[in-house]
Design a protein around this ligand. Structure first.
Ligand code: ADP
Ligand code: MG
Length: 292
């Protein structure tokens, strides 16, 4: 039978916007010494906005219509930022003949027999596109400010570079510090580029992170920590986190994230406030202490 203390703990969680699936989750949580956090939508607001837009050969109105049509079909937060920007410019979408989402990299569409794509550096490399010296300078400056870069191209050419900023949540810094004060090691994972990841990690005081992580890399990251003897809690919000969530000793989803993340997760934080995370850890320590 489940000890009363654990049931009380679960009830206490619920009244604090922390949904705990079962008593085992709470007991496992007590043993965690490493927390891995997804960046986009977990540590950051997840509501990115376009801050700058650079074109290789000047603005191309038709390319904008194609990009708008493409990003309207994507559910990525970066897609929302691009859609909002283009719509505010009065751009209307064209009809595409195909759309494909490439996990961990971006999207690809076909318009009048030509392939257009939008995504990260990996996707750019897949298409064999080259970055001009002019754009390279702009990219490096944006990345050093923690902004995400979306590359937009047609076949083998890079058409433009979009710089997007996603603010770190006000609660993130405090939450990371609270976990570290509890003796828990904090790590970060992201599909974003190295420079952006490094900037956000240092802003938050996170020493260990992995950038340009595909869903399988996120799982491997967790597995490696476990192989070193760590007991790992993974915190994520998206489909791309579900493999890592399933691998972790404790899986924690953000309630505003995707249903898939919440289905996999043992614990769901019902608001986007990351301080709930340290609250959940405190709860597990208090509760488990009571029964041992
Ligand atoms: P993350 O949640 O860490 O961003 P994803 O696997 O969802 O990880 O995406 C990996 C990367 O692919 C993103 O960081 C982004 O650079 C790029 N990407 C994904 N979807 C899109 C999109 N619709 N438009 C532009 N870039 C995208
Ligand atoms: Mg995410």
């Amino acid at each position: 039978a489940t000890p009363t203390a654990l049931m009380v703990g679960i009830g206490k969680g619920a009244s604090n916007h922390i949904l705990i699936k079962d008593a085992l989750a709470l007991e496992q949580m007590r043993k965690v010494n490493t927390v891995v956090l997804d960046k986009t939508g977990t540590l950051t607001e997840g509501h990115p906005t376009v801050s700058q837009w650079f074109w290789e050969n000047g603005e191309e109105p038709q390319a904008k219509e194609i990009l708008l049509a493409a990003e309207l079909k994507s559910e990525h937060p970066l897609a929302d930022a691009i859609v909002n920007e283009l719509q505010s410019q009065g751009i209307t979408p064209t009809a595409l003949s195909s759309f494909e989402s490439i996990t961990g990299k971006g999207i690809k569409v076909v318009y009048q027999g030509e392939t257009y794509w939008a995504g990260n550096q990996r996707l750019l490399n897949d298409f064999g596109a080259v970055i001009s010296v002019y754009l390279k300078g702009m990219i490096e400056k944006s990345q050093s400010e923690g902004k995400s870069i979306v590359f937009f191209g047609q076949n083998k050419s890079l058409l433009s570079v979009i710089s997007i900023s996603d603010k770190v949540k006000p609660s993130s810094k405090e939450a990371v510090k609270m976990l570290q004060n509890m003796g828990i090691r904090v790590c970060m994972l992201t599909g974003d580029g190295e420079a952006t990841a490094s900037s956000v990690a240092s802003e938050l005081g996170i020493g260990h992170y992995k950038a340009e992580a595909l869903p399988s890399d996120k799982e491997d990251f967790v597995k490696e920590l476990q192989n070193e003897g760590s007991v790992v809690a993974m915190v994520g919000d998206g489909i791309n986190d579900s493999q890592a969530l399933a691998r972790a000793d404790v899986s924690i989803a953000m309630g505003k994230g995707t249903d898939i993340a919440m289905d996999v997760a043992m614990i769901t934080l019902m608001t986007s406030d990351l301080q709930l995370l340290s609250k959940a850890f405190k709860l597990s320590r208090q509760t488990v202490k009571l029964i041992h």
